[in-house]
Every structure is written in C-alpha cells, then in structure tokens.
Design a protein around this ligand. Structure first.
Ligand code: NAD
Length: 414
C-alpha cells in the first residue's frame, strides 16, 4: 500500500456568507435557462411537471439485459443496485463501469453515452448493457430508468473546462439541463444520484491552499459555474425532496487506459504520451502551476465508497476529495530523474493558464476521510510510476532502455 503524503496543511477559513451569494447566483442561472428542448425545464421553472413532457414517441431503448419481472419483485436490500452511468465512454466512465460491473454484476450496470463504443476502448465487460442516452432527452432517460429498473445514477456526462470555454452554450445545455434532468428523475423515481464536482467549482477568490469544503466559490469559467449550479441544486433537492444526492469534488484525474476529455489538468496525462513518443513536451501551463491531482484507481474507489456509504454517515452532500498536488516542473523533474534523463519540457502557456490560476493548489478533504473513510493510495511518486509504466506498455517496441523512448510508436488509442 502506498503512502499518501500531504505537502500543504495550512489553516482554513470558512465563509458561510458565500453560500448566500452562491444561492443568488444559482437562482439567476436556473431562471435564465429557458431555451432547452427535450427537457421538463425547457420552458421555464423547475416546478413544471415532467409527466406532461413524456412523449408517446419516446425512442425504444435496447433492453437486452433488462431485469425480469421476478427480479423486479426482489427487495433492494436483497440485491446489488442497478446503476445507470451517463457519459460512460469518457475518461472516468469507462473505468467506473468496469469496476461497478465487477462488484455489482455485469447486467446491473447500464452504460450509456451519445457515442458508439469503438474498438480499442478498454471495456472489461463488453457484453454488458449499453444504450444511447443523450442527457438532454428527458423522456429517453426516464424510459431507460424504468425499463432497467434503475436504483442509482452516476451522472458523468459533461463538457469539461477547456472545451466548455470554447462552446459555452452547448456546455450550459449539457452540464445544466442534463443534470436537471437526472436530478428531477431521481426525485420522481427515488434514485440515489452521484454527480462529480471539481476543483473547477472554485474561483480566484477561493483560499488556494488546503481549500475547505465550505468556502467562497465564485468560479469564473462556464464549467465552474455549471458545477456550482449542480452542487447547489443537488443540495436543494436533498433538503426539499429527500433526494439522495451525493457529490465529490474531484481534482485532475490521471489515467493510463483512457484519454482525457478536454480539461485543464490534461497536461499531466499528455506529458507521458509525448515523453514516450518524442522525448519532449510543450506544456500549456507554466512550470509553477500547482494543482491537485489523483490517480484514477483512487477516484473510482473513492466514488464507490461515497456511493455505498450508509446515509447516516453523511454530514453533507458535497465533499472535497484529494490525493496529492504537483506542478509541471515537479513532474518534469520526476520523469527526468526516474525514467527519461534527456526528456525536454518546454513551457508554452495558453488560455488554460488563466483557468488553472483560478483553481486551488490543494484541497482539505478531512470531512470525506471522517465521514466515509476516504483515503487515497497514490501520492505523486506512485502516480508518476503508474503513468509511466502503464503508458509505456501501450507503445511498441516496449522501451527496454530509456534512450529508446523517443522512437516509440503509439499502438493503442483509448
Ligand atoms: N477527468 C477529470 O480529470 C475530471 C476532474 C474533475 C471532475 N470531472 C468530472 O467527471 C465527470 C466525467 O469526466 P470525464 O473526464 O470522464 O469526461 P469526458 O469528457 O472524458 O467524458 C464525458 C462523456 O460525456 C459524453 N457526453 C457529452 N455530451 C453528452 C450528452 N449530451 N449526453 C450524454 N453523454 C454526453 C461524452 O460523449 C463523453 O463520453 C464530469 O462530470 C467531469 O466534470 C472529471
């Protein structure tokens, strides 16, 4: 077991007054979203009755592994949960579905996305159910939830920070309307709902070091605004309607098998592919940009811990979740010292630098540790080791000497 070592442990500052500001921000945001089709929220407020919008022309869902009537009669306590994962072909969804199918049974985990699973994706149980589900299509989502008798939803579909800045209108639709749809369906069908938040929910005025759960948010990106909206609305639905909404604020997630989907922490994955292919990398962040990061195994394990936690253990609905923090310069040194002495890192900051500058350098996740036993297994050194060895194995020939790294050709593309 690898030891987690936190570098930064400075005092935290709580600012409950920020919540009032956030609530106002949330109200303004929800009332402005009146143009989205295929949603019970399409023409206005959250109070519109979804039943009125469910069309009889709802697309037919392929329910090849849908549960039988006999299974339906089993009580929830006697069987594993049936889970719908949205955005399941993304960086995190693939890993989560694989782990959930191992734990809960292949047929109990319904993967969904708006893309086709392509050859080469690391899908451990390809025989499991996969359905098309656009999260903006409320009737379709409801049909899937009913057909598969879903108990839990993990809502992973989203547009991440860098791509959301380029397509703000689409990001508002996918991140806000998509979440509102699954949240309302969770209320109606009494589902447990997990939707990840992010360090991107914080902003330039947030205390940067050891950022607590409850503090000033004020994000200045579309991505962050949609995530604050998600957090507040989830908490509201929990308070008001008893929806079992749960969320963890993820840091940047590092993975070997799956490629990132357009975030600001993506450099910490790209760097390994470039180091192994060309022995050099043009980093889009400045050398001293410190951001919280986590290895994907920790992310998936922590997410399942939070999902499985008994409700009485939870003292809040949104938790910071941290592992370690590092800078591009520290990653550069770690690669040169341990794997590729001639690796050449260049710094070419772009628009993502401003996003990174608005985010915390480290998170205080003590409440997640106390309430549901969160404890990461990978510190920076362990993450770098997993990333280097795992990504090196994707290229041929496998590097036998460090100097071979520059001549490798990529053979797998997640
Ligand atoms: N990857 C990270 O480092 C990170 C960090 C913090 C938070 N998160 C959060 O975790 C979640 C998953 O992130 P990820 O990295 O896997 O993202 P990703 O971009 O890799 O995957 C997102 C998936 O959503 C799908 N999608 C897009 N629009 C959709 C729609 N309208 N309907 C259904 N699916 C749609 C995409 O096809 C894609 O497969 C997101 O909510 C993200 O904000 C990720």
């Amino acid at each position: 077991m690898l030891r987690f070592a936190s570098r930064l442990a400075l005092p935290t500052r709580r600012q409950p007054s920020a919540i009032l500001y956030l609530a106002a921000q949330h109200r303004a945001l929800t009332t402005s979203l009146s143009h989205v089709a295929s949603s019970p929220f399409a023409k206005g407020s959250v109070s519109r009755t979804p039943a009125a919008t469910v069309s009889t022309s709802t697309p037919v869902v392929s329910a090849r592994n849908a549960s039988t009537g006999a299974q339906a009669l089993q009580s929830l306590s006697q069987r594993p949960p049936r889970v719908l994962v949205t955005g399941s072909l993304g960086q995190l969804g693939l890993a989560l579905v694989n782990e959930m199918r191992t734990r809960y049974g292949v047929g109990n985990v319904v993967a969904s996305d708006i893309r086709k699973p392509t050859a080469g994706l690391p899908i451990a149980h390809p025989e499991g159910p996969f359905v098309y589900a656009d999260v903006m299509n409320y009737p379709l989502l409801e049909r899937i939830i009913v057909d598969f008798q879903i108990d839990w939803v993990v809502h992973y579909s989203a547009m991440l920070s860098a791509v959301a800045e380029k397509e703000p209108a689409r990001a508002l639709n996918v991140n806000i309307t998509g979440f509102q749809n699954v949240l309302e369906l969770s209320r109606i069908h009494k589902l447990r709902l997990f939707c990840p938040s992010t360090i991107g929910a914080f902003g330039p005025q947030t205390p940067k070091i050891n950022t607590p759960d409850l503090t000033i948010m004020n994000p200045n990106t579309i991505y962050g605004i949609t995530k604050v909206h998600m957090e507040l609305l989830g908490e509201y639905y929990h308070e008001k309607f008893g929806v079992d909404f749960r969320s963890a604020r993820y840091p940047g997630i590092l993975s070997v098998d799956t490629m990132p989907g357009g975030g600001t922490t993506d450099y910490a994955i790209d760097i390994f592919h470039h180091a192994l292919q060309t022995n050099s990398y043009n980093c889009f962040l400045k050398p001293e940009t410190r951001l919280p990061m986590m290895y994907i195994s920790d992310c998936i394990e922590g997410t399942l811990q939070l999902m499985e936690a008994p409700v009485e253990k939870l003292t809040q609905r949104v938790y910071n979740m941290a592992a370690d923090s590092f800078t591009p310069a520290e990653l550069d040194v770690a690669i040169r010292e341990h794997y590729a002495p001639d690796f050449q890192m260049n710094y070419v900051p772009d628009s993502r630098q401003a996003i990174a500058d608005s985010w915390p350098a480290s998170l205080d996740d003590s409440l997640a540790r106390r309430d549901w036993g969160w404890k990461p297994q990978y510190d920076t050194a362990a993450m770098v080791h997993k990333m280097w060895t795992g990504i090196a194995a994707q290229y041929t020939p496998r590097p036998t000497k460090l100097e071979d790294a520059g001549e490798l050709t990529k053979v797998t593309q997640a």
